[in-house]
Design a protein around this ligand. Sequence first.
Ligand SMILES: [Zn+2]
Length: 350
Amino acid sequence: MDSRKSAKQEMERKRNCFTLSCFVCNSSFEIDEYGSFYYCKKCGGVLEIKIAKPDDLLSSENEIGSRASGKTTSRLHSSSRGVWKYSDLIPIWQETNIVSMPEGDTPLVECRNLARVLGVKSLYVKFEGLNPTGSFKDRGMTVGVSKANELGFKRLICASTGNTSASLAAYSARANLKCIVLIPKGKIALGKVAQAVAYGAEIFQVEGNFDECLRMATEIAEQGREILLLNSVNPFRIEGQKTATFEITEQLGFVPDNVILPVGNGGNISSLWKGFKEINQFAFLENVKGIEQRERMPRMIGIQAEGASPIARAFRLGAKSIEPEIEPHTDASAINIGSPINWAKALAAI
Ligand SMILES: [Zn+2]
């Protein structure tokens, strides 16, 4: 077969496998229209990427399908590590649009002493600080910026308390795209912003907290299809961050009982939950016990600071929605968020 023709067919096959859906009302939208809107056009709910045709994704032409159908041919997985090892499950149509440093493939460190102190059988820490800009955000940004590239955006924007700005600035620089960062005045970790400065981002200090920065960034992005918003409301970031679960499960050889992580905007806990669901749905990981025989999901434990805990409070009260905090306050600046945009996904995960 003509290789150009087969690449085009492959692109079409992949494009047909994914859809952009509303997490709340389930309405579907075209993925290629993303960026002209950020929330559901019908109900205003947060959006997510869904695998619309799992059977096609499992076609025997690709790696996951090969495993499912018992064949041993290898394709995408063989040449990549980290996030892009799992590119079959990531909605980027063309490999040439990928912007990577690379990222992911981080160690899972067993903490024996801490496990003993806490009285648990085993305890592991996923060392996400080893990503290119020093945080898990790079997993999401490699996919988010690749999609921005694929959609033809030249300018990207985010609101940030630190790590997000470092990551977006780095990936924007890598892709030769312009990066705009809005930070809450006096409420961020300066060491983290140093990276954004070094990577040439345009940085604006906003009088207000993170929630106000995000509102402003969203308004700017919504004004026309010129600037793409890259905060965790962007569902492509979630698609990158979910790969941490594939790595954790492969490193352990089983799905863990509990996963504990800090919760700010709720994007990461939602991503990991989505990742574990896909592990169960596709059973595509090698040398992992139990996932093909039964549904095996970990308990997701989210941690919030007392002064910024709308999700923890809603969970405790058994509420169906959160009550935003107008003036959140905690020394943990990265999770000082009173109005988490991914609260619906995070509550569902927990
Ligand atoms: Zn909706």
